[in-house]
Design a protein. Structure first.
Length: 160
C-alpha cells in the first residue's frame, strides 16, 4: 500500500512539474497557441519596441527648442532590424519599417512593408500593440494613397 501511495505521489509531482513547465512556456512567450496553424516570428521584441517608441516621441532634441522625432534613430533601428533573420515574418518589424518609410516618403519601401503587414493580418498575426505609431489598418491604406499621390506629383506627371 505504501509503495502505491509513493508511486501516486511521484506521478502527481511529475505531472505538476510538467504542467507548470508548459504554463511557464506559454506565459513567457516561448510557446504560443495559434488556432489557424500560423504563428509569427518574434524578432522585434520589447527592447526594439521601446527604442522605437523613444525615437518616435516628439521632444526637444540636441538642445533644440522645437520638438521632433529622432529620425536618425528610427533609420538606425530599421537598419538593425534588417540585419536580423526572419524580420520579414514579424508584424512588429514590418510596422516599424512601414512608418519609417512613411517618414522618408519612400513609397516602394512602404508598399513592401504594407503588403507584408496585410499578409500577416490575413493570418491573424498582428504587431505589438505597444507601438507608439500603430494605427488601424485602414489608416495604412490612406497613408499609402498619400505617398502615391505625392510621388506622382514630385515625378512631374502633373506638372509638379
Amino acid at each position: 500500500m505504501i509503495k502505491r501511495l509513493v508511486f501516486v505521489g511521484i506521478a502527481v509531482a511529475i505531472l505538476a512539474l510538467l504542467s507548470g513547465g508548459v504554463w511557464w512556456l506559454f506565459s513567457s512567450g516561448h510557446l504560443i497557441y495559434s488556432a489557424s496553424g500560423q504563428s509569427s516570428t518574434t524578432v522585434c521584441n520589447a527592447d526594439i519596441v521601446n527604442t522605437y517608441n523613444a525615437a518616435m516621441y516628439y521632444q526637444p532634441r540636441n538642445d533644440a527648442t522645437e520638438s521632433s522625432i529622432d529620425q536618425q534613430g528610427v533609420k538606425d533601428l530599421v537598419s538593425e532590424i534588417r540585419t536580423k533573420s526572419n524580420f520579414d515574418g514579424d508584424p512588429t518589424c514590418q510596422t516599424i519599417i512601414f512608418w519609417s518609410a512613411v517618414l522618408d516618403d519612400n513609397y516602394s519601401e512602404a508598399r513592401t512593408a504594407y503588403d507584408a503587414i496585410m499578409n500577416l493580418y490575413e493570418k491573424r498575426v498582428f504587431a505589438d500593440s505597444n507601438l507608439r505609431s500603430d494605427q488601424a489598418l485602414f489608416t495604412y491604406e490612406q497613408v499609402m494613397n498619400g505617398l502615391t499621390v505625392s510621388g506622382i506629383i514630385e515625378d512631374g506627371m502633373f506638372g509638379g
